[in-house]
Design a protein around this ligand. Structure first.
Ligand SMILES: [Zn+2]
Length: 235
C-alpha cells in the first residue's frame, strides 16, 4: 500500500482554505495531489475515481466534508469497506503510516503481511487487509466467476508480470529511454508497490517511481529509498 501525503487543505484563489459544500468537490484536488489510484489496492482508476471517507459519512456526518478524512478508493475497496465504524488505531492508513513496511507483494500478485512486524502490528496489518479484502483471490475463470466483479487481484498479477518483463527488458537494454518507458508503463498500470518490489535492487528506478507517482510520501524513505518508519504513525 503506497504511503501518501494528501497535503494541507487546498486554498482558493484568495489563498483561503476551501470549504467544500459537498464532498465531491474535493475530487479534483485529490486527483491532482494523489494521482488516479485507489489509496488501498493501488489500481489505476483513470478518471473514474470516487472520494473515499476514511471514517464513513453515514456514521460521522461531521467528517463528511473534512479534507483529512478523504482518500481515493475503487468500487471494490469502497464497497467491501462499506460504512462500518472505523477506529483509526485498529488499522494502518496510507496517509498516516508507512504502509509499505506492513505488506509484502509476491509473484502472482498476492499480498501478505510482513513477518518482520511485532505481534500487535501484525494484527493491525491483518485488520487492514481484511478491511478492503486485499487478500481476496476470486477465480479468473469466467465459467466459475461469470460476473468477475472484483478484478483487483487479477490486475495486480498482470502488473507484477509487466514489471518482471520490464526488468528483463532493462537488463538487456539498460538505457535512459527504457527507464523512462518503464515509469510510463508503471503510471498507466498502477500498483506502485508491485513496481517497487520487482525493482527493489535498482535504486535509480525506485527513485523514479517515488517521484513519478503523485503524492507518494518521500518522508517514508531514506536516502537509499529504503522504507523507514513514518513520524507519528504506527509504522
Ligand atoms: Zn481499490
Amino acid at each position: 500500500m503506497r504511503p501518501i501525503e494528501r497535503g494541507s487543505i487546498p486554498l482558493d484563489r484568495d489563498q483561503n482554505e476551501i470549504e467544500f459544500n459537498f464532498y465531491q468537490q474535493s475530487r479534483g484536488h485529490l486527483l491532482t495531489r494523489l494521482g488516479s489510484y485507489c489509496s488501498y489496492c493501488e489500481r489505476y482508476l483513470g478518471g473514474n475515481i470516487a472520494v473515499e471517507h476514511v471514517r464513513p459519512k453515514s456514521k460521522e456526518s461531521n467528517l463528511e466534508l473534512e479534507w483529512d478524512n478523504f482518500l481515493i478508493a475503487c468500487n471494490n475497496c469502497n464497497s467491501i469497506k462499506g460504512d462500518r465504524s472505523i477506529e483509526l488505531d485498529k488499522y494502518l492508513w496510507p496517509d498516516k503510516d508507512n504502509t509499505t513496511l506492513a505488506f509484502i507483494y509476491i509473484t502472482g500478485g498476492l499480498i501478505n503481511v510482513s513477518p518482520n512486524l511485532n505481534p500487535e502490528v501484525i494484527e493491525i496489518a491483518e485488520n487492514t487487509i481484511k478491511l478492503t479484502g486485499l487478500d481476496r483471490v476470486p477465480s479468473d475463470d469466467p465459467f466459475l466467476n461469470p460476473e468477475m466483479k472484483d478484478r483487483r487481484w487479477s490486475e495486480r498479477r498482470t502488473a507484477f508480470e509487466k514489471a518482471e518483463r520490464a526488468k528483463r527488458n532493462l537488463f538487456v537494454n539498460n538505457t535512459e529511454s527504457m527507464r523512462e518507458q518503464i515509469v510510463d508503463t508503471a503510471l498507466s498500470t498502477g500498483f506502485f508497490s508491485t513496481w517497487m518490489t520487482v525493482f527493489l535492487h535498482d535504486i535509480d528506478m525506485l527513485k523514479r517511481f517515488i517521484d513519478a507517482f503523485p503524492g507518494t510520501s518521500k518522508a517514508c524513505y531514506n536516502s537509499s529509498y529504503t522504507p523507514i518508519t513514518r513520524v507519528g504513525g504506527t509504522l
